[in-house]
Design a protein around this ligand. Structure first.
Ligand SMILES: *Cc1c(COP(=O)(O)O)cnc(C)c1O
Length: 380
């Protein structure tokens, strides 16, 4: 079976992990700091906080922004459930903004309209979580303008988009947002098995993120008078254990040094698909000129729901591991129980009924690619 995505771990990556296992630190230690520094330098942000998953990262971002009971958080339905769950876990209410039919990212026009309506009835969001779907950056320039006008904070869920470019910067630079979250799950751009990273340019948010990651506890006393000795620690808020281990960070450090090579391979695969799948009744992923996708996913759109089912089944049967991203979050039973229903976000629902993610990763051979394209062409 050719998987739709898979990790790429080299012998050097394995050696780095083994060296860490034999070192003094295996929990959060010096390797985490090194990985954090490399990541923030790569994306061009001032601060970075490694965590044990993007899900944890999203939770502490909401907490750091003060998201709590009575607040609204908005995101898109076309995402993994974690993007919306973080708001509920903080006690806030969630709402969604439909996606753009062309880019599959948040529709700025819908966002604008929803903000106007919410201003009228006093339900403006405290935070908007923007997803860079498949690795293509959303229209951050326009979204930031709206955030200034309506006073909400922006978290970028960049789980798909490590390495992607937007205008003159990398996603994660936080040039147009307050916080950015990356995922290092094995199917993502680089991996630490489980893991994530938050980047920001806001020192006060950074300080809170660091506290939230580790129980809300600090070893530094606020004044000399309360310093009793080296055992001293002090808890200032209720936090979590969301720490990344040094074992994972050693893998992450290796992986990020290979990121540009991974990006090139994925973009070459995408180019091959663009060149070889354009003559079929398939809508290929539109690429906006203001950015450059990392191509975490390569979603193709088929004519209708039945076509998607038929081709999904056919490709699975011949060993091509296609997948579907995403079932709209508002149609999950837990979100339906909050009052959302079919028809609420028609673009996301229509997109979902027709989409198919075909394999894209760094381990696809030329033979795999010919086989995939050849087999897809036989579907029509
Ligand atoms: C993978 C993913 C997450 C969750 O990442 P984890 O590191 O597995 O917690 C969140 N949002 C999106 C868009 C994702 O693709």
């Amino acid at each position: 079976m050719i998987p739709y995505s898979t990790q790429d771990i080299s012998d050097e990556d394995v050696d780095a992990v083994c060296r860490t296992l034999r070192s003094a630190y295996i929990t959060q230690g010096p390797s985490v700091t090194i990985f954090e520094d490399l990541t923030k330098r790569y994306v061009g942000a001032q601060f970075s906080v490694a965590v044990n998953s993007a899900t944890s990262g999203l939770i502490i971002c909401c907490r750091a922004l003060g998201v709590t009971c009575g607040d609204w958080v908005w995101t898109v339905p076309n995402t993994f459930v974690a993007t919306a769950n973080c708001a509920l876990l903080c006690g806030a209410s969630i709402d969604f903004v439909d996606i753009d039919e062309k880019t599959y990212n948040i529709c700025v026009q819908s966002l604008k309209q929803k903000l106007q309506a919410s201003q009228a009835n006093g339900t403006l969001p405290k935070a908007l979580i923007v997803v860079h779907f498949a690795g293509q950056p959303a229209d951050m320039y326009a979204i930031r303008d709206l955030s200034k006008r309506y006073g909400f904070k922006i978290i970028e869920d960049a789980s798909h988009a490590l390495g992607a470019d937007y205008l003159d910067s990398k996603v994660g630079s936080c040039d147009f947002s307050d916080l950015t979250v990356f995922s290092f799950h094995p199917v993502k751009m680089i991996t630490t098995a489980e893991g994530g990273m938050v980047t920001t340019n806001d020192k006060s948010l950074y300080d809170v993120l660091v506290l939230l990651r580790s129980h809300g506890v600090t070893r530094k006393a606020p004044t000399d008078e309360v310093w009793d000795g080296a055992w001293y620690y002090e808890q200032s808020l209720v936090g979590y254990n969301f720490r990344m281990s040094d074992i994972q960070a050693a893998l992450g450090t290796q992986q990020i040094s290979r990121l540009d090579e991974f990006l090139k391979t994925r973009r070459d695969v995408a180019q091959f698909y663009f060149e070889n799948l354009s003559n079929f009744p398939i809508q290929l992923p539109y690429q906006h000129k203001y950015g450059r996708s990392s191509f975490h996913l390569f979603p193709i759109l088929l004519e209708n729901e039945n076509e998607r089912k038929r081709i999904y089944k056919f490709l699975q049967e011949v060993g091509i591991g296609v997948n579907v991203h995403y079932i709209p979050v508002h149609l999950q039973p837990v979100y339906k129980s909050l009052g959302f229903k079919k028809g609420d976000f028609p673009n996301a629902e229509n997109y979902y009924s027709r989409t198919l993610s075909i394999p894209i990763h760094t381990r696809l051979s030329p033979e795999d690619l010919s086989y995939i394209v050849g087999t897809i062409s036989k579907c029509f």
